[in-house]
Ligand binder design. Structure first.
Ligand SMILES: [Zn+2]
Length: 422
């Protein structure tokens, strides 16, 4: 009998990453302002780059995004079953610290934001820092903003400062009761030293939150197929960090004034766009949108999201092909997939075989396929319920299709024995 690890519940992971979200302020507004001022100080002869091209729209751009809107958005995602990751930049643009308040803005807005983030968004989305400010680097000794940029100079960060910097971002979130599950790179932060960046994030997660299996989001690929690289695994200790890779560009509208087009994700006929090509390969399909666009310019990004979700539902009408997951859940699944030992023991091979799984990497919905038609499956002695269709297939059940048996269960740390009876 051959045993292989499948996608969770035989479904392709879907996940929605929201970047640049933070309490109270519209980060895009301050990013554009600060980048403009910085350019005039340092490179007055250069032309505007990145979001600074929208400098002329600052007058009509809101500088805040209300907690009430975040509640409306988060509730809609919850009703829709959407899961993913939502940034909570802890010192956004250096305007205010999430654990100290935003000078010039009412305290009730920050309180409202923290309530919404924790009670409405967190159940379905990992909350992560996107470093400290997502604009200027902070001098941790003085808490002054420097002239370096998190996504500028720190694309190639000074390694000796990196762990403390990431740990500080995590501490600010922990101070408001959010032990984050991982981090997000502002722009290409850390990209030229990815191994060191992954190491520092893992060390910071262990130091601040005692989290041995965090993730980071840095990479985005439009043309190649995505994967889930695991860095710095220590198999016997249950320690590793996952790199969550997005497969699509932000076609939700970014600032609210950039490309916003659901067809680039998935066309109305469900055949065109980037997502069907990735889903077809059954690889994690991770979308990215920047938070400002969901609110500004008539909630343009929110409209795109509604279209994309409606089309994804039409692509998978009975929910047997796709599974919405948080970034951390994808990371944990791929760690279990790559770092668990699986052995088939052929005792009374005619009627019964045993599968032993030894792991330090627990995960939900761990799904195996065995090339035999089983009559009975036990996990550590307990019978699993047999289901008749993929629609009913869930954790703690098994499904027989022809000469193949699929088994799903919660994989715990230690040794698990699967008894397959024919
Ligand atoms: Zn960002």
């Amino acid at each position: 009998m051959d045993v292989t690890i499948c996608n969770p519940l035989l479904r392709t992971p879907l996940s929605l990453i929201i970047d640049d979200s933070c309490p109270v302020i519209n980060k895009a507004y301050y990013w554009i302002q600060q980048r403009h001022d910085w350019r005039l100080r340092h490179r007055p002869d250069s032309s505007p780059g990145g979001w600074e091209i929208h400098y002329d729209k600052l007058e009509s751009m809101p500088n805040t995004i209300p907690a009430d809107f975040a509640a409306k958005w988060g509730e809609w995602c919850g009703e829709q079953g959407i899961k993913g990751k939502f940034s909570m930049i802890p010192y956004p643009a250096g305007v205010g610290r999430i654990d100290r308040g935003f000078p010039g803005f009412p305290q009730r807005e920050l309180d409202g934001w923290l309530r919404v983030a924790k009670e409405i968004i967190w159940p379905n989305f990992d909350l992560t820092p996107e470093m400290l400010t997502h604009t200027h680097i902070v001098d941790l000794k003085t808490w002054q903003l420097t002239e370096e940029w998190e996504q500028g100079e720190w694309v190639d960060p000074p390694v000796e400062l990196l762990t403390d910097y990431i740990a500080t971002a995590m501490e600010l979130l922990r101070n408001v009761g959010i032990p984050c599950e991982g981090v997000t790179s502002p722009g290409g932060f850390g990209s030229r030293k990815e191994a060191a960046y992954a190491r520092s994030t893992l060390d910071a997660a262990l130091r601040v939150n005692d989290n041995p299996r965090p993730f980071f989001f840095l990479r985005l690929t439009h043309d190649k197929l995505p994967d889930v690289p695991i860095w710095h695994a220590e198999k016997d200790k249950g320690i590793a960090i996952a790199s969550i890779v997005s497969c699509a560009g932000d076609w939700f509208g970014a600032t609210g004034y950039d490309t916003a087009d659901p067809d680039l994700f998935i066309t109305e006929d469900l055949r065109g766009g980037r997502l069907p090509a990735v889903l077809e390969e059954e690889l994690p399909c991770v979308l990215v949108g920047h938070w400002p666009c969901f609110y500004v310019n008539g909630e343009i990004g929110f409209k795109v999201l509604r279209d994309v979700k409606r089309r994804l539902d039409a692509y998978d009408p009975d929910g047997t092909k796709t599974l919405w997951m948080k970034n951390s859940e994808i990371g944990h699944y791929w760690m279990a997939r790559e770092l668990s030992d699986i052995e088939v023991e052929k005792k009374n091979a005619v009627t019964e075989e045993y599968v032993r799984i030894d792991t330090k990497f627990p995960t939900a919905n761990f799904t195996l396929s065995a090339d035999t038609a089983a009559k009975r499956i036990r996990v550590n002695g307990s019978d699993l319920r047999q289901v008749q269709s993929r629609g009913d297939f869930r954790s703690e059940t098994f499904l027989v299709e022809g000469k193949q048996t699929f088994v799903a269960f919660e994989l715990a740390v230690g040794e698990t024995t699967l008894t397959v009876s024919r």
